[in-house]
Design a binder for this molecule. Structure first.
Ligand code: GLA
Length: 455
């Protein structure tokens, strides 16, 4: 049993010297030798070695000011949330608004919950929550996307199952925000969004994170961003019943404009991946709404866990799937379906590591190829694609100017994301629209993180 203890202030790590020597110590430890075996690259436990030096950004992101560069889209959504607020709740008193973006995942799918690496970015669409103190010991919650339906629940005695439907996400967030604090007299919340629901653009994390920031702001709570992400993931797991990973909530909380994030889902830290102006992303909706039942999702997760259990028994007990190789899948006791699921997880981790390097050195053909491989693995081994997604990805992959396209998000429907040459993006999007290949096409560069809005 090895106990790793780190003592130090994160900002001092940015010159890398202390951190590098600590990693060298870990690597030479015999019990941690498996950390060096992966995919021909060293994976150094919870730390993130970067090709261009050492950066640990989570702490810096915690300190982001809440001064937004409010985009026109964000302001229009805020107006819709304010209009709804004013139509339902008493005038006067203070209120706040908070915005959280949706995301596309560029690569690293279905591996946040197996302790892998993911590379999402925020997009320029999102959700606004307007909040004020209410009365009667209850939260009143309304959304412009479900007009006429005000959900109401008591702030005392909140627990999973008490609120159902979309209000469950908010109940979970409110419970998390109020944990260990005196109950407020009540809460009035209104939401609006320009994110389609069920399209794989993380509308639920945007809902949760906008709610958490607004409720914290109205209660005067200043919570580190990474804790906001964790609180929201707990809400989704415990109150909405989806055993998700940290990716969606993390990117909503920590995103940076012009960058994707390479997130280590074990240490819950990230480093930035700059997206240079010569490329951009076309996000095309397949039109099929994902019926992501918690069941299908939980089933994939359970498969990976069973495969890992067998590997741990046969090899060593300290691994995540990211520390395994394809050879490990030959250990006895792995069911053939579980083996396919774990093969996706192991291969996808290697692809994310390679993609980060490819993006960093502008090798777009390679980055695109990795995205295509990711799609094939999700289609054939993980079995979370569908005809509509396959057709759209194939079509995009055959278009000039597209480096690579793949399904994004949980799958079973939703969107395809394509890495494209910037100068051809508008043409590609127009062709998809005019030919009816997709009901919604968005061209997006990476957007910024969730924020409390002024006024
Ligand atoms: C959903 C979950 C995420 C992640 C993706 C698949 O969006 O919320 O945690 O698992 O699916 O990559």
């Amino acid at each position: 049993m090895v106990l790793l203890l780190w003592v130090g202030r994160v900002p001092e790590w940015s010159n890398g010297a202390d951190c590098k020597s600590a990693i060298r110590g870990f690597e030479s430890h015999p019990d941690l030798s498996f950390l060096k075996q992966d995919h021909g690259q060293a994976i150094r436990g919870p730390f993130l070695p970067s090709p261009s030096g050492w950066t640990l950004n989570a702490a810096a992101a915690d300190m982001q000011p809440t001064s937004p560069n409010a985009s026109p889209g964000m302001l229009a959504v805020r107006t819709a949330a304010l209009d709804l607020y004013e139509s339902l709740y008493p005038k006067g008193g203070s209120r706040v608004a908070a915005y959280a973006p949706g995301r596309v995942n560029i690569i690293g799918e279905h591996i946040d919950y197996t302790g892998g690496f993911v590379m999402p970015m925020a997009i320029g669409r999102g959700t606004v929550c307007v909040a004020s103190l209410g009365e009667g010991g209850v939260a009143r919650v309304a959304s412009a996307q479900t007009p006429g339906n005000v959900v109401e629940f008591s702030l005392a005695g909140l627990s999973p199952g008490v609120v159902t439907g979309w209000g469950a996400y908010i109940a979970g967030v409110v419970k998390g925000c109020l944990d260990q604090r005196p109950l407020p007299p009540g809460l009035n919340l209104s939401f609006a969004s320009d994110l389609p629901v069920g399209a794989g653009l993380s509308s639920s994390a945007a809902l949760e994170v906008s709610a958490a920031l607004a409720v914290d702001a109205i209660l005067g709570v200043d919570r580190p961003r990474v804790d906001v992400a964790r609180l929201c993931r707990r809400a989704e797991r415990d109150y909405a019943g989806v055993p998700c990973g940290i990716m969606d909530q993390y990117i909503a909380c920590m995103a940076e404009a012009e960058h994707a994030l390479f997130i280590d889902c074990v240490s819950e830290q990230h480093r930035l991946v700059r997206i240079p102006p010569e490329v951009t992303f076309v996000i095309a909706d397949s039109g099929k709404r994902h019926e992501l039942t918690a069941g299908e999702y939980a089933d994939r997760r359970a498969s990976c866990e069973r495969a890992l259990d067998a590997i741990r028994k046969a090899r060593d007990p300290y691994r995540h799937l990211r520390h395994c190789t394809f050879a490990d899948l030959g250990v006895p006791g792995i069911d053939p379906v579980d083996r396919k699921r774990a093969r996706h997880s192991i291969g996808e981790c290697a692809r994310v590591l390679a993609a980060e390097q490819a993006f960093g050195s502008r090798r777009w053909a390679q980055a695109g190829d990795l995205m295509r491989q990711s799609h094939a693995s999700l289609r054939d081994d993980y079995e979370v694609s569908c005809d509509e997604l396959n057709t759209l990805a194939d079509r995009l992959n055959a278009m000039p100017g597209v480096h690579g396209a793949r399904l994004t998000g949980a799958g079973f429907g939703g969107c395809v994301v394509a890495l494209v040459h910037e100068s051809l993006a508008a043409e590609i999007a127009e062709e998809l629209r005019s030919s009816g290949a997709s009901p919604m096409v968005v061209v997006s560069r990476p957007a910024g993180a969730a924020t409390v809005l002024p006024g």
